[in-house]
Design a protein around this ligand. Sequence first.
Ligand code: SDX
Length: 431
Amino acid sequence: MANGSETAKLTIGDKVIDLPVMKPSVGPDVLDIRKLYAQGDVFTYDPGFTSTAACSSTITYIDGDAGELLYRGYPIEELAEKSHFLECCYLLLYGELPSAADLEDFESRVTRHTMLHEQMQYFFRGFRRDSHPMAVMTGVVGAMSAFYHDSTDINDPWQREVAAIRMIAKMPTIAAWAYKYSIGQPFVYPKNSLDYSGNFLNMCFAVPAEEYVVDPILSRAMDRIMMLHADHEQNASTSTVRLAGSSGANPFACIAAGIACLWGPAHGGANQACLEMLREIGTVDRIPEFIARAKDKNDPFKLMGFGHRVYKNFDPRATVMKQSADEVLGLLGIEDNETLKVAKELERIALEDEYFISKKLYPNVDFYSGIILEAMGFPTSMFTPIFALSRTVGWISQWKEMISDPEQKIGRPRQRYTGAPRRSYIEIETR
Ligand code: SDX
């Protein structure tokens, strides 16, 4: 394909098929193969979607080689320094940074949707106390479609808007209540006098027996962690939400599907797995043993929090997260944090090791986040729920974009069939 040409030519046998070239605003050109099967009687083959654009989107752009992450064009580094989570939510949902009046209105709408239907608390009580909070969140969010009937009609723009606000507003309450339930403490209701991240910390750590004062350092760190996790193009859980939404499923069911997918250790579950790995390593002198295991083809062990499908130089979120870890632990007076020492030494050794260099494996967003969350008082089981509540705005923004996309159809991939060709039934007597 000549650079800048409007079509690519694919030769299959004696056929030459013209594939239109679609131009992005930034990033690689896209070959439109929608008519390839009809014209060429062939499928493309891309099991992990390493070379497949599943949609057009205006929300988030990632450049893996440049280590660039843009929310609606704004670099994550600038947003992490100058913005805050609810402003990022507005930006991701509506495409532009809000005016002061619009931001105040948006924050007020979110604040007034943070309570759950009182009946929903009985869902939590149906779980065992030792249930993983992600199991609880998957169940409770899926159940929201049984409670919020007035925001499940996906064809009504107003109901889509209400569902988006409800999801962003209620996820911290659901996550906090899953945590409280797991430690046998009473649910703490949202407080409208607190900001988004402070309210989440209060619902997690306040108890009826005494006043809880939100620490501004922790609240700012929590808010930054939420911003860094808010959206990330067409990752596995976002693709799950889009695929579920493509059938016309209601938004709560789609978000529940996204939560389930995020839970996997190769995806959002990596933050919990990473801290557990750092704890298992324990001390700096054991790092070479684990590096060797990560490189051993016969050992399924991987360095959790390392590697990424897209980032092949560095994950800009990990850079901000590492700075935040130093800042938060320093401000909390936790200087001699052994886990942080192991993490930094592991990163240093890995980044000098030919195996990791050749495979372009770098720390990702999950490598340092757990260290901060543990220092803030969260158990490892709450790391992925916090990722889920942060990513909800990305999921719901991408879902809304998909619903309004004139090109969207129900997602229905094909396959390369390698099973038995047609054969006749064999009676059991003759087998
Ligand atoms: C997230 O997609 C997103 O944007 C996700 C995310 C988001 O914001 O939504 O960024 C969040 O999920 C971050 C990733 C968190 N997962 C982990 O930290 C788990 C550990 N990482 C790996 O499982 C892996 O790196 C993935 C899943 C993240 C990426 O997998 P890919 O792109 O399919 O790459 P791969 O598995 O094909 O690996 C390429 C090579 C392989 O070796 P070869 O078969 O080529 O010899 O690198 C090796 C892998 O074995 N490799 C690792 C490794 N990650 C990849 N070896 C050791 N340790 C690792 N962590």
